[in-house]
Ligand binder design. Sequence first.
Ligand code: HEM
Length: 129
Amino acid sequence: MDKRKLDYVPLESSLASDYVWKIQTDLRIWSDSLEFKPERFLTTHKNVDVRGQNFELLPFGSGRIVCLGISFALQMVHLALAGFLHMYDISIPSNAKVDMTETVGLTYNKATPLEVLIKPHLHLPSFMD
Ligand code: HEM
């Protein structure tokens, strides 16, 4: 069943952040839509097309001004990420759970900055020393 609620409820607050929050919660597609669960796209939404056909996920936008670099980007992202994971050990300073709380602005930001330790894992070629 499509859980999206399309009629819009008037605002009780004039704050832009409350406005965005209300749209997000009213139009939610998943019951746990505010949780960071990228793995949802490996299970229930594994056939979502990121090229702008399914509005659940539009990383490249959609329609007439959709990203022109989609095909290039989809190949390069894998290559860059694989290279990065292959060459470095990535950890966080304390073993605490990463706080994924967001703040709303022009885009979503993490409320607390992420501190990451990146250690070379392989012997780097001399030009990268
Ligand atoms: C993971 C990488 C990338 C992401 C997530 C991304 C995402 C986006 C998004 C969201 C837009 C705006 C679409 C809109 O306004 O509705 C856009 C536009 C655009 N992107 Fe990308 N992009 C990526 C990589 C690239 C690359 C590699 C190129 C070029 C080689 C590129 C070229 C463009 C161009 C030219 C536009 C403007 C299209 C227009 O306004 O007609 N992008 N991109």
